[in-house]
Design a protein around this ligand. Structure first.
Ligand code: HEM
Length: 184
């Protein structure tokens, strides 16, 4: 759905920035645990850090469903005419890939935890009901998938931030403002 307004709705803006903060926090905590902590040296501290990673990251699964619903039921601002059709296609592909990562990372993360025999907790409040039991064969697949997807998603987010900053400071168009302001 296209928009005559130059700005995303306030709800879309809130979802965007809330999910950005959660995603970046979950990413950094997961990366720290995966690459800088080991059970041999850090024991229960690593366990606590992974638990924190999961409790934060599972919220993305619920928020992305609300966000996708909102995206398809509310108009979004058109990209500026100053962008070439090729750049617009890249922008749309990039946004699609980001949505895909917002779904794929929590899903593979949950499968990773369940197949290793652990829960998928949400905000230390409740657990997502287990869809698979302990399964070493599944673990051998979903563990590397989660890790490689997380690196890919990290690069996508860096590209997304770089593009937003380029639009704002070099092209001087309205793209970054469309996610931060409302029409007066
Ligand atoms: C948007 C959501 C998520 C992001 C951005 C994310 C990101 C990451 C990253 C960057 C790593 C480290 C990869 C590496 O070793 O280099 C990781 C590891 C991990 N993630 Fe996630 N993840 C997400 C969701 C989840 C969920 C929902 C769960 C489980 C419920 C989960 C479970 C794990 C586990 C168990 C590890 C291994 C940590 C370790 O080996 O110390 N992740 N994740």
């Amino acid at each position: 759905m296209k928009n005559t307004s130059q700005y995303y709705t306030r709800t879309a803006q809130m979802l965007h920035w809330l999910m950005a903060a959660i995603f970046i926090a979950a990413w950094c905590i997961g990366f720290y645990s995966g690459n800088f902590l080991s059970y041999d040296v850090d024991g229960s501290f690593k366990g606590q850090v992974i638990t924190l990673h999961k409790n934060i990251a599972t919220t993305i699964l619920f928020l992305v469903m609300i966000r996708i619903f909102w995206r398809y039921t509310h108009p979004v601002p058109a990209l500026p005419d100053s962008m070439s059709p090729l750049m617009k296609t890249f922008a749309h592909l990039g946004h699609f890939a980001l949505y895909l990562m917002l779904l794929a990372l929590p899903i593979t993360g949950c499968l990773f935890s369940w197949s290793a025999g652990h829960p998928a907790p949400v905000l230390y409040l409740f657990e997502i009901p287990r869809l698979v039991q302990d399964d070493p064969d599944l673990l051998a697949i979903v563990k590397p998938v989660h890790i490689y997807l997380s690196w890919f998603a990290g690069l996508l987010v860096i590209g997304h931030i770089a593009a937003a900053l380029k639009h704002h400071f070099i092209d001087k168009d309205n793209i970054l403002r469309s996610m931060t302001r409302q029409a007066k």
